[in-house]
Ligand binder design. Structure first.
Ligand code: DHK
Length: 144
């Protein structure tokens, strides 16, 4: 059975409560349920995680090296700062899709640059939490 990781960075544990005018009212549990529907239907295993700690996200990416065919990642604020997450993703051989709930290009200029985009096979921004499903659908199609 193929395994897929969906990783979420800092503050996404507050999804649904934090700035709903930007990030919407759906929770991370709603996102996980939607992702699980897709991986179940594809006969894949889903490992869905969130952390506020950079090292934890890196450790999950390292774990994925051994086990997974792809990673969907919303690195949240680490998108714009973390060379360490980019380096970890560069050490991963499978598919990588980067998701942003909001359209980061419509927001402050410090959100326009992404280290992770240097590695990502695809980037989804501004599709709300549906971006996770769109990314996962693409990953599943490519990995099948
Ligand atoms: C989420 C965050 O927490 C921000 O730091 C990013 C991203 C955008 C999102 O749109 O999902 O800048």
């Amino acid at each position: 059975m193929k395994t897929v990781y969906v990783l979420n960075g800092p503050n996404l544990n507050l999804l649904g409560k934090r700035q709903p005018e930007i990030y919407g009212r759906e929770t991370l549990a709603d996102v996980e349920a939607a992702c699980r529907k897709l991986t179940d239907a594809a006969g894949m295993e889903l490992r869905f995680h969130q952390s506020n700690a950079e090292f934890q996200l890196i450790d999950w990416i390292h774990e994925a090296r051994e086990t997974a065919c792809g990673i969907v990642i919303n690195p949240a604020a680490f998108t714009h700062t973390s060379v360490a997450i980019l380096d970890a993703l560069n050490a991963f051989d499978g598919l990588v899709f980067e998701v942003h709930i909001s359209n980061v290009h419509k927001r402050e200029s410090f959100r326009h640059h992404s280290y992770v985009s240097l590695r990502a096979d695809g980037v989804l921004a501004g599709c709300g939490v549906q971006g996770y499903e769109l990314a996962l659908q693409r990953l599943i199609r490519l990995a099948a």
